[in-house]
Design a protein around this ligand. Structure first.
Ligand code: ADP
Length: 243
């Protein structure tokens, strides 16, 4: 479903991704772990070109882009196949929960308003916000705002959902409700890549865990392989520090 091949990325002289290759199969949940600054978010943002890789190839479904000569049309096509859930939710402040989800359907999918409305209500009900359709983000908790963000991502019917530390801006008591929604989506077989520090979630939900450090993939495997039987010293050190 997704093939990242030889992706490199620098910010000025700081090379943050070094020749990274990663494949994700249809329906797979891949969790990316690693210390702060290891390049996890940058890698995720490269998948839909929110960051432009310096070199490498990105394939999503049957569409492939060579990063050294990607055109605007290529980038738009890549973005249509992906949806991102952001750490800071990135909702429109002046739109209600319902309008935030509808926006994606009206603007991106060009659905008629009545159809967009019907689908958006169904998606908000699915993430447990059927009673908050007409609330503005400022009147929703962080967990509720993030669930709107997830409903919006689902509305796009992407081939893959990219989660960028979806719970790290939340108060601890709100993390569970958001992880529960993400768990539910994972069970439906939607392909996803999740950058997170939630080890319990990674253990339960990931089909594969990828450990990054210093802009490279140090190790990857099933949660059992990476958590119980890590092979690399850097992985062992990281796991000792956080558990
Ligand atoms: P992680 O998600 O693992 O914490 P990031 O991908 O956010 O790591 O960052 C990796 C490195 O890239 C860090 O050194 C960070 O300072 C740098 N970086 C990230 N985004 C930018 C940017 N827009 N401009 C300059 N440097 C950046």
């Amino acid at each position: 479903m997704i093939a990242l091949s030889h992706i490199s990325k620098s910010f000025g002289r700081n090379q943050v991704l070094q020749d990274i290759s990663l494949n994700v199969n249809t329906g797979e949940v891949v969790v990316i772990l690693g210390p702060s600054g290891s390049g996890k978010t940058t890698l995720l943002r490269c998948v839909n070109y929110l960051e432009k890789p310096g070199s490498g190839q990105i394939a999503v479904g049957d569409f492939q882009v060579d990063c050294s000569r990607a055109r605007r049309g290529d980038i738009l096509q890549l973005r249509r196949k992906t949806a991102m859930v952001f750490q800071q939710y990135n909702l429109f402040r002046h739109k209600t929960a319902l309008e935030n989800v509808m926006e994606a359907l009206l603007v991106v999918k060009k659905l008629p308003a009545a159809e967009a409305r019907k689908r958006s209500i169904a998606l908000l009900e699915k993430v447990g916000l059927g009673a908050k359709l007409n609330e503005y983000p400022s009147r929703l908790s962080g967990g509720q705002q993030q669930r709107v963000g997830i409903a919006r991502a689902l509305a796009l019917e992407p081939e893959v959902i990219l989660f960028d530390e979806p719970t790290s801006a939340l108060d601890p008591e709100l993390v569970g409700e958001v992880l529960e929604v993400i768990r539910g989506i994972a069970r439906e077989g939607i392909t996803m890549i999740v950058v997170t520090h939630e080890m319990g979630f990674a253990r339960d939900v990931a089909n594969r865990v990828v450990f990054m450090d210093g802009g490279v993939i140090v190790e990857e495997g099933t949660p059992d392989e990476v958590f119980q039987h890590p092979k690399e010293d850097r992985t062992k050190q990281f796991l000792r520090r956080i558990t």
